[in-house]
Design a protein around this ligand. Structure first.
Ligand code: NAP
Length: 278
């Protein structure tokens, strides 16, 4: 039996994870909280065996990222109802017999958006139909927003829209739909715009209008072509980095079983992230 002593062990697990900002953000938090813990990044190739191994080695908590969020849902001993509805687990906490899973992505996107304006009654457009989109759609609906999904792949998009009982627009028809539709907020949940990807001409520029709330889940670079276009049109831009931060705050609460994280700790986490991406 192996047991960590002196410090608790935490990690972000995914593949690839070498560029993850989670170790920086979480280590900053643990240090500010004076909590004796080590948080690292681990690349997992064989999730079935690796999740079990990490449990046996004594890890206390894991942040799960692409492409293992669905597998984490399958492999956890216990999963909360929300993560089941979303279909993905991004957080695992050590239980006696195995991992206990939940999803904090939806809380992250909600907290980031609500810091700007309440969501109730807002007409929201979600671009994408993968794991991030599912979490965002769930979060928006929890706050009483009216959601429309727009995705490149029609089958996947329509299926997500059926699950959450909302409208669906194929990406190729978005321009035409904007002749009769307008949205109060847009959340971009595809990898388009990630460093190295031009992301140009992804959505029609007339999607954006003054006063609209825009969240791009991609935060590297901070100003994606999508964000630049939104800023040009006078939208209120919410950073994907804030979503990352807020979902991380929720992970800390879940792992450490604490009701809140001190504002001073959150501020230090935000500062570390901002320094890393600018
Ligand atoms: P995913 O499950 O692989 O889904 C990707 C989605 O993007 C799919 O709907 C896919 O459409 C669409 N897509 C991919 N390339 C596209 C393109 N060139 N044009 C149009 N649509 C395209 O990925 P995910 O887990 O949802 O993650 C998506 C993004 O969210 C990632 O970049 C991730 O970094 C980000 N994210 C950020 C946070 C945060 O805290 N800020 C948290 C979670 C995720 P098809 O169905 O047509 O393939």
């Amino acid at each position: 039996m192996i047991k960590p002593v002196q410090k608790e062990l935490y990690a972000v697990v995914g593949n690839p994870v070498n560029h993850s900002l989670s170790p920086l953000m979480m280590q900053t938090a643990f240090e500010r909280m004076n909590h004796q813990a080590v948080y690292t990044a681990l690349q997992l190739d064989e999730p079935r065996e690796d999740f079990s191994l990490l449990h046996r080695v004594g890890f206390k908590g894991l942040s799960v990222t692409l492409p293992h969020k669905e597998q984490a849902l399958q492999l956890a001993e216990e999963v909360d109802e929300t993560a089941r509805i979303i279909g993905a687990v991004n957080t695992l906490k050590r239980g006696d017999a195995g991992w206990i899973g939940c999803n904090t992505d939806w809380k992250g996107s909600n907290a980031a958006l609500i810091s700007v304006s309440p969501l109730k009654g807002k007409r929201g457009l979600v671009l994408g139909a993968g794991g991030a989109a599912r979490a965002v759609v769930y979060g928006l609906q929890q706050e009483g927003a009216e959601v429309t999904i727009c995705n490149r792949g029609e089958e996947r998009g329509a299926s997500l829209a059926r699950t959450f009982q909302c409208a669906f627009i194929p990406l190729k028809d978005l321009g035409e739909s904007l002749e009769s539709l307008t949205f109060d907020l847009v959340v971009q949940c595809t990898p388009v715009g990630l460093a190295g990807d031009s992301g140009e001409a992804f959505v029609p520029p007339r999607l954006f209008h003054e006063g609209m709330m825009v969240l791009d889940t991609v935060y590297r670079p901070l100003r994606t072509p999508f964000v630049k276009e939104a800023m040009k049109k006078g939208c209120t831009v919410v950073s994907g980095l804030e979503m990352l931060l807020q979902q991380g705050v929720e992970q800390l609460k879940f792992w450490l079983e604490i009701p809140t994280v001190h504002e001073e700790v959150i501020g230090a986490m935000r500062e570390a992230l901002q320094k890393a991406v600018t």
